[in-house]
Design a protein around this ligand. Structure first.
Ligand code: ASP
Ligand code: MG
Length: 405
């Protein structure tokens, strides 16, 4: 019997009616002769609400307790789904992450899965039950509950699919798949039939919010085929798998954007060996994750260093930057929260020259100034003013012919 892992996101299980709809889908998959394991997210915005409550009680909640609290969202939806399936006359059983042996390290709020002991799941599948697992959580060897970071239910599903040797890991969400651009910005955006792991990793890292980045890494490392699709329709979604010859070899697969970053510039830094090292060491020690970095040409022995980071890390970064400025005798620092990053992603870029030039021409012809640039072999990102993000994404989508015929 084929094993199918299905993951349903928070909107897909947002209320009683939607939970019943999910239950019907799950039972139908089982009736087609599959062994079905379902991973659920918390209902709707339960996680946000739990975070709000925690901070209302304690500005700095102990991380261990924070994880105990947050994991309850998924525990609730998994039990409700098991009840909904039972109401349809099909045997089902729900488990927490700890109960099915999702073993993690002890990094509370963003723990990493180190081992999956799916023994109990296999026993229940053999009994003919549908198994529901609460997503986003695991347990340490010391039996403390952990959570896997926002969006972590995707990673739970991929880890179970890998461990169980599932044929496919279906990720049900409120969009129909992976699109060539965010359809809210580009109404003509097209659903992609297939994308490679490498492209999906770049897309997830540069603003496509459909899959948690870590779940794509896990899928690539363990060769788990993902099918991202909507729980509100029967249409096929997007398959994420190893890139190969048979894949549609588009030069560009998509345009992503991210308005969640801010830019920091440290002005008048003495230009000598070790300076960049000390700047980024101080930031790293405060666990500030830096994305793009630019060091300008130096003038009379001084230079400016700019970098981007998640807006939510900005206040922590400001403290670190103040220390750096004092330590290095720099002239000061400036901060800009009104930026956006626009990125072109495509495996065909490796072998096609001129993509960067075309991207810069498109931005220039729309009067958009480029503040920073960074590239990998299959992506080009530009930082621009936030107000131009819509225009930039639409113009790039058009110029690279992503809407198709
Ligand atoms: N409920 C968690 C979150 O909102 C995990 C998930 O949905 O994947 O981030
Ligand atoms: Mg999600």
């Amino acid at each position: 019997m084929a094993i199918v892992v299905q993951k349903y996101g928070g909107t897909s299980v947002g209320n009683t009616k939607r939970l019943q709809n999910v239950a019907k889908r799950v039972v139908a998959t089982s009736d087609r002769g599959n062994s079905v394991v379902v991973v659920v997210s918390a209902l709707g915005d339960t996680t946000d609400e739990l975070i709000r409550q925690a901070h209302a009680i304690n500005a700095k909640p102990p991380e261990r307790e924070f994880d105990v609290l947050l994991s309850t969202g998924e525990q609730m939806s998994s039990a409700l789904l098991a009840m909904a399936i039972d109401a349809l006359g099909h045997p089902a059983i729900s488990f927490t992450g700890a109960q099915v042996g999702i073993m993690t390290d002890a990094t509370h709020t963003k723990a990493r899965i180190v081992e999956v002991r799916a023994k109990r799941i296999k026993e229940e599948l053999d009994r003919g039950r549908i198994v529901i697992v609460a997503g986003f959580q695991g347990v340490t060897p010391d039996e403390d509950i952990t959570t896997l970071g926002r969006g972590g239910s995707d990673t739970t599903a991929v880890a179970l699919a890998a461990q169980l040797g599932a044929d496919v890991c279906e990720v049900y969400t409120d969009v129909e798949g992976i699109f060539t651009a965010d359809p809210r910005l580009v109404p003509k955006a097209r659903k992609l039939a297939e994308v490679s792991y490498d492209e999906m990793l770049e897309m997830a890292a540069t603003g496509a919010r459909v899959l948690q980045l870590r779940s794509v890494e896990y899928a690539r490392n363990n060769k788990v085929t993902l099918h991202v699709r909507s729980s509100f329709s029967d249409e096929d979604g997007t398959i994420v798998k190893e890139g190969d010859e048979s894949m549609e070899q588009a030069i560009i697969s998509g345009v992503t954007h991210d308005s969640g970053e801010a830019k920091v510039t440290i002005l008048g830094v003495p230009d000598k060996p070790g300076v960049a090292a000390s700047v980024f060491r101080v930031l790293a020690d405060r666990t500030v994750n830096v994305d793009m970095i630019i060091q300008n040409v130096s003038e009379q022995g001084f230079t400016d260093i700019s970098f981007t980071l998640a807006k939510e890390d900005l206040s922590r970064a400001k403290d670190a930057v103040a220390d750096v400025v004092a330590q290095l005798g720099a002239k000061g620092a400036s901060y800009d929260e009104d930026i956006a990053k626009v990125t072109l992603v495509g495996a065909g870029m490796r072998t096609h020259p001129g993509v960067a030039a075309t991207m810069f021409e498109v931005l220039a012809s729309n009067g958009i100034n480029i503040e920073m640039i960074s590239t990998s072999s299959i992506k080009i990102s530009c930082v621009i003013a936030a107000e131009h993000v819509g225009t930039a994404v639409q113009a790039l989508h058009e110029k690279f012919g992503l809407a198709g015929e």
